[in-house]
Structure formats: C-alpha cells, structure tokens
Design a protein around this ligand. Structure first.
Ligand code: ZN
Length: 574
C-alpha cells in the first residue's frame, strides 16, 4: 500500500466516499507513515524523475543523494496527507481533520516531516513514555500545531501491549493534569474487549480524574511563555552510526532495517527538557518552521543538532548578534543539511571554538576549571561522560571545563588495570587541557559550547550543570521561576489581551500515591505592570502573596499534590 502507487487514489476516493456517506464530526488518520523504506517501482521511478538518481540502498547520512531520498520520502508522505485532508474538506467542509503526529519523536524510517502538521487542524498523537516525554511533546505540538488546543493521547493500561493492567489512579491523574498545564486536550485510550463490551469500573475511575480537571477548562488558553527554548531539528532524527547499513530490498512490507539505531539529537533534546523541567525553568520548543520566533527567548539550546542548513545558522547568528544566548553541544552545526561535513562548525565564530577532530569517543570526564562551575558539581571533581566529546580548540571562548581521559584506555569495552586497586571503575586520568565547556561573547550575546551532549547523560548532576549554564546565559532571573522538588514542573501561559498569566505546577512523580510538597513561585512583572490579583483556579479564591520588591510577586503552595493552577491578573500603568 505504497502512497506512490494507485493505492493513493483508492485511499483518497474511499475517504471522500465515507465522509459524504456519514455525518462524522471529525477524522483522525492514524499511522500515516512509512513502516519501511519502499523501493517499489513507483518509488524508484518517481525518485529518478525528481532527483535524476536511483534511490540509494545503503544508509549514508553523508551522501547528498541518500539525504535527498529521505527528504523525498517525507515530501511524498506529506503530499499524501494533504490529499486525504483535501478529500475530507471536499466532502464535508465543517469536519475537523487531523493525522497521527506521534512520529515527531520517532526516527527517520517513518518519514513523517514536522510540516505535515500543515494538513492537520490541530496536532494529535499517542505516547507511552515517562511524564517528561509528555511534557516535551506538548511543547513540540505547541510550536507546530496550526490551531489550539492540540491533543495528547495515552493508554489507560500500563502500556499498549497489556489489555488489563491499569495505571494507578495517581499516574492517570498526573498524565491528565499535564494537559491543563499545557492548555491541551487529553484522551485515554482503551482497547475494546473482543465481545464488544467496556469495563464500567474503568470509566468510573477515568471519570473521577476528568471530573477533577474539567473545571479548569474555562480558564485555559493563551500562549506558552518561557525565557528558554530548545531547538528540535526534525532533519536530525537519525544516527551517523547507521552509515554503511544496507537497506534490505528483499523483504517488502516488512521492516527492512537491520539496525535500530538511537537518535542522539532527540536523546539530547529529551535530556535538555528534563534538565530545564527539574530546574523549574519554563521552556518552549523552536523548530525550523518557527525560527522567526527566536527573538521571544533569552536562551536557545542546540542539543547535538546533527545537521543544520545555512538558513538555520544565519537565523541563530542573528539571534546571538542581537543579544540572545546559546547553549550548543556536540556536533551542532558541523554538518550541512545535505549531509556534507563542513570544515568547521557553521557557528564556529559565534561559539568561539574551532573543530579539530572526533576526540574522546568512549568513557571520558568533564572537569570544571572555573570555580563557579566547580561549585555546581562539588564535592565531585569530575562529571562522568559516556556520549563522547569532540576535540576542539578555543579561539575566542573562555574554557570553563576541560576533557579528562580515563586513567586506563578502554579497548573493546574492557580495560586492563595492571596496578590500580579499583577492580570495577575506571578513574579519571591526569587532567588535560582540551576544552569540554566554553563560554564566548559574540555580538551582543553569549554562546556556550559543550564538546559532549552533557544533557543526554543519565545522572541528575549532568543536568544540574546544564541548568546552571542556562541560568548564567539567561543573564538574570527568569520572568517566572519556582523553588520546588525536582519532580515538579512549572509552566506559564500568557493571555496578553486579558492581562493575565496562568501559572501551573504539576508533580511528575511516578508513584502509586502523590507526595505532597511545598513549592514557592516568584514572578517578575515587566516594567509598568502591577499585580491586581492572584487567584487559585478553578475556585477563583484569592491566594496570598507578598511583594518583596516593586513588580516582584512571591507566593507559596504548601501542599502541592498533583496539579495547582493560578491566575495572576495585572494592570499596566500607561
Ligand atoms: Zn513505493
């Protein structure tokens, strides 16, 4: 059923016929993506016609033809989605149309570009990962959904392959609560029993969660507000380690990839999201489609962005020139969008560093040199780092931390330790001088470069280091910030016309029972703004606050369990 075959016309005609025959309210096209790399005669002929080349049969992300083939696969899938949406509109113009957008977090094989959102009235998709995944997806959908609210789905069972084991009441409530915290719609997925019945008790439990959250709905809306944004590059959803892997043509209709590689960029994006969430730094997502919105943010994170076009680099340079701040890690800007490596980072001048080589590929350490950075990790002297650190030299940047190699070189995952008493761990060797973390001033802005994707490491202390760098790049306090346990997320929505901010706190703690905790929130209003009222939602009751300084408002939530939402109304002195 390749969409380049006559199947396309069949699917479009069937869609139109169904929509004319039945008064549907809306349609959700589920799973419109490539389950495998198609080399059918239609795909081959079309690629030859469009690109003047045969579709390559070996993965090579440095080969412009392979890269062009991947872009073609995405373009073809988007075109098919557009024809289906148009068929619905022809038949029943008032219907809402959307497509499954969960592949925003999936790899390149599915071939679904972010711009497919242009054929959706709103973004919608199902996900089954931890709470931070849901939080990140909401920011991606906020960035790419043509209309709001977007919609998030997840299963009421522990995962999709379990028909009976229900998520705990606390987990159901946490997942549903992330929806009002992001102004989104929410749906629990239930698999129908073979005899066509539903379990009444299940719906009563879900109903109790929705009954708690429905009263918030009239207060939702506005736009996600943050000082920090993470750059998500849809074109970087691959792994250079796949290079050389043949795509098997012999198994049409089956997954014809022999290697299910990871996605270093999206792993780093997820780690960056977790670092910001744990530090209660509200964040948003920027994609190539909304680069024009960069000026809204003070700090932009570029987590190991594998490919970057000249246009992306130009927009980011302009952002820093005008006073924005960057955190860039790993291979960011080293490879052009057609896969061809640049001689140096496209952002070399901005970052104040120059590329020298692949550097440490296995175990290495990050050793703070500067006292302010050292204090973040103390009493540790080093951070362990597994993801590799590029070899760079600082041209204009100041070196804040250096790369330390392990005491014993590793070969094939093992080390021979002839004389050291530690039988399991490999200690850091002598401190080197190669830069691990650098900070440069460029134009009116600042740029921090990390030779490895620190944000992708598993331990909290690595994320703490990234958060500390982001705070420093921010150059002053955030508009809204919180002191709360690590598992709490702070989100802020602005309703400029109504002169209100919606401030929400959600516990992402994954446990059977909620753990009540204390959170303190500090809001810095902009020049000329004065607080009028702080209301706890949905009751609308006044919530106590104090003003430690003019335009600064501070309030405490002594007993956060799952979700608290506040509305801050302000006035503007003219
Ligand atoms: Zn095909």
């Amino acid at each position: 059923c390749c969409p380049n075959s006559p199947y396309r016309d069949f699917a479009v005609a069937q869609t139109e016929e169904l929509c004319r025959a039945y008064p549907f309210n809306g349609i959700f096209f589920d799973m419109l993506f490539w389950p495998y790399v198609c080399y059918c005669d239609y795909c081959r002929a079309r690629f030859e016609r469009e690109a003047g080349a045969q579709p390559p049969e070996v993965v090579d992300w440095h080969n412009p033809t392979w890269m062009a083939f991947q872009r073609a696969r995405e373009r073809w899938m988007k075109e098919f989605a557009g024809e289906l949406t148009a068929a619905v509109r022809r038949a029943r113009p008032s219907m809402t149309v959307t497509h499954q957008m969960s592949p925003v977090l999936h790899g390149w094989v599915l071939g679904m570009p972010y711009s497919l959102a242009e054929h959706c009235d709103y973004c919608s998709g199902d996900f089954y990962g931890p709470a931070i995944q849901q939080s990140l997806v909401c920011k991606i959908y906020e960035a790419i959904s043509t209309r709001k609210p977007f919609e998030f789905h997840t299963s009421r069972c522990v995962h999709l392959w379990d028909h009976v084991t229900m998520k705990s009441a606390a987990r159901l409530e946490t997942q549903a609560s992330l929806a009002p915290a992001h102004g989104s719609a929410f749906m629990f997925i239930d698999a129908i029993d073979p005899e066509g019945t539903l379990n009444r008790g299940v719906y009563e439990r879900i109903g109790r969660v929705f009954a708690k959250l429905a009263p918030y709905e009239p207060y939702l809306g506005g736009s996600l507000t943050a000082d920090v944004a993470i750059y998500v590059s849809p074109e970087s959803r691959f792994d250079f380690r796949e290079n050389g892997v043949p795509v098997n043509r012999q198994a049409p209709g089956a997954s014809n990839m022999s290697l299910a590689a990871s996605m270093p960029h999206l792993n780093a994006v997820m780690g960056a999201a977790k670092a910001l969430q744990e530090a209660h730094l509200p964040f948003a997502v920027v994609t190539p489609a909304n680069l024009a919105a960069l000026h809204r943010y003070r700090v932009l994170l570029l987590p190991d962005v594998l490919v970057m076009s000249d246009a992306e680099i130009a927009a980011i340079r302009a952002f820093v020139a005008q006073g924005g701040a960057l955190y860039a890690s790993g291979r960011t800007s080293l490879v052009a969008e057609n896969g061809v490596p640049r001689a140096d980072f496209g952002l070399a001048e901005v970052l104040g560093v120059s590329y020298q080589g692949t550097g440490a590929t296995g175990l290495s350490f990050i050793t703070p040199r500067e006292p302010a950075l050292a204090s973040v990790v103390e009493p540790q002297d080093h951070l362990i780092h597994h993801g590799g650190q590029l070899q760079v030299v600082a041209t204009t940047a100041e070196v804040l931390a250096t790369v330390t190699l392990p005491y014993y070189p590793e070969t094939g995952g093992t080390v021979l330790r002839p004389s050291f008493a530690s039988i399991h761990s490999n200690p850091p060797g002598p401190t080197g001088s190669a830069p691990a973390v650098c900070l440069a001033r460029w134009g009116q802005g600042l740029a921090c470069y990390a030779a490895g994707a620190i944000e992708a490491e598993e331990h909290a202390i690595s994320r703490d280091l990234v958060a500390a760098l982001v705070r420093r790049l921010q150059g002053g306090p955030a508009r809204v910030e919180a002191e709360a346990p690590r598992f709490v997320e702070l989100t802020v929505f602005a309703k400029e016309a109504e002169q209100r901010l919606n401030i929400s706190l959600v516990s992402l703690r994954d446990a059977e029972e909620p753990l009540p905790c204390r959170a303190a929130v500090r809001v810095r209003l902009r020049r000329g703004e004065r607080p009028v009222a702080l209301r706890a939602l949905p009751s609308g009751e006044a919530h106590p606050y104090d003003e430690p300084a003019p335009g600064v408002l501070h309030f405490v939530v002594p007993d956060l369990e799952t979700l608290r939402l506040f509305e801050l109304e302000y006035e503007v002195n003219r």
